[in-house]
Structures are given as C-alpha cells and as structure tokens.
Design a protein around this ligand. Structure first.
Ligand code: IDP
Ligand code: MG
Length: 136
C-alpha cells in the first residue's frame, strides 16, 4: 500500500548564506522526494516566534527565532512515500555532531543552532507547517 505524504522542509539561513540550497535540493531529489512547492523568503522575527511556538519555554527560543529570521530561507513542500519520517532520516540528528554519515546535517550543519535544515516531525505538524507558509 502506498502512503504518499507531504512534509515541510526549510533550508535555514546558515545554508542559504553558503549557497548550499542547490546541493541540499539535489540530496532530496536523489532520495526520491519531489519538491512540489518552493519559495525563497526572509521572515520577520514575529513570524519565526509563531512558527516555533512549541519551543517558547525553551532557553534557546529567543536565539532560535532571531536566527531563523536573520537571513533568507528556502521553504519547500516535499512529497514522497513516508515523506515525514524519511525527511527526518535524511536530515539527521538535531546536533550535527550526532548526525549519521550521509545526512544533510552531518554534511553541512555547523552547530546545534546552525544545523542547516528544518523538517516537520509528524504528519499532523506537517499540515500545520505547510499551511503556515503556503496558505494564500
Ligand atoms: P529539530 O529541528 O531536529 O526538529 P527541535 O528539537 O525541534 O529539533 O528544535 C528546533 C531547533 O531549535 C533545532 O533545529 C535547533 O536549531 C534548535 N535547538 C534545539 N535544541 C537546541 C539547543 O539545545 N540549543 C540551541 N538550539 C537548539
Ligand atoms: Mg522540531
């Protein structure tokens, strides 16, 4: 049985700044993801605060929101069988030091905060996050 899903991916400012968006998009395509929507934008800190609201009680929340709004990002809707989990696997662990070989964060991540990509963590959150960026 097929289980085609959509998930939201963000190429974060540290990676866009280093012009890694083309390479990262190639990594998605090579793993069988289709990029069905895509835009390069810069968001306000207030928007980052809404996007990362689940983390509002964390000590790193303010820095995280300042960072996500600090420069251009590439926001994408990815489509694939089991897209949510497969994207999490391709991204690698939150801390690039813990990420497996062959993952995006191992290859390109600089630190736990500058870890190059965001990916939805559940089908439910993928819907919410896709609406957040692409509901017109
Ligand atoms: P995820 O991006 O792998 O889903 P989350 O736990 O949802 O990880 O955290 C969201 C983002 O917040 C991470 O990608 C990372 O940039 C940042 N972050 C998470 N934990 C820490 C931390 O302990 N210090 C600084 N930044 C953190
Ligand atoms: Mg997360």
């Amino acid at each position: 049985m097929s289980n085609i899903e959509l998930t939201l991916s963000i190429i974060k400012p540290d990676a866009v700044e280093r012009n890694l968006d083309i390479e990262i998009k190639e990594m998605f395509k090579n793993k069988g993801f289709s990029i069905v929507k895509e835009k390069k934008i810069q968001i306000e800190k207030s928007e980052a605060e809404k996007f990362y609201k689940v983390h509002e009680t964390k000590p790193f929340y303010n820095d995280l929101c300042a960072y996500l709004s600090s420069g251009p990002i590439v926001v994408m809707v990815l489509e694939k069988e089991n897209a949510v989990l497969d994207n999490r696997e391709l991204m690698g662990a939150t801390n690039p030091n813990d990420a497996e070989e062959g993952t995006i964060r191992k290859k390109y991540g600089i630190s736990i905060d500058k870890n190059s990509v965001h990916g939805s963590d559940s089908v439910e959150n993928a819907k919410i996050e896709i609406d957040f960026f692409f509901k017109d």
